[in-house]
Design a protein around this ligand. Structure first.
Ligand code: FES
Length: 127
């Protein structure tokens, strides 16, 4: 009886490996979509933060972070295919970081949030 079980377990790993490979492929496709989602408007005004020289920051690109203007991992857990913008502060100073995600100078606010499309957009929606 023990030997019958042994044969079963010997055969299982090959089938399991094939299924596992298929599962990993679909898992990758789900968590890392080829076509990234659009960024959404998190807020319509920039957030002023004091950056510390030499420190690295991860600015939220997807607009889904609850820790604006910085990344909280939502881009990954919501399977957006987007990544945060990593940058290193060159000097210690207070800056306005974009939260509307429409700036042309990421991560800094360039005033685009004052434009009509951003002002008319709903929070949490893409432009
Ligand atoms: S908050 Fe995005 S451009 Fe000002």
């Amino acid at each position: 009886m023990g030997s019958v079980r042994g044969v079963g377990t010997l055969l299982r790993p090959a089938a399991w490996t094939l299924n596992q490979r298929w599962d990993i492929t679909s898992w990758l496709a789900r968590w890392f979509p080829k076509t990234p989602a659009k960024s959404v408007v998190a807020l319509k005004t920039p957030i002023k933060v004091e950056l510390v020289a030499g420190k690295t920051y991860r600015w939220c690109v997807c607009g889904r972070s609850k820790k604006q203007p910085f990344c909280d991992g939502s881009h990954f857990f919501q399977r957006t295919g987007l990544s945060p913008l990593k940058f290193k502060a060159q000097e210690t100073r207070t800056v306005a970081l974009c939260t509307c995600k429409a700036t042309q100078k990421p991560p800094y606010c360039d005033g685009t949030h004052k434009s009509e499309p951003v002002q008319k957009a709903e929070l949490g929606s893409p432009l």
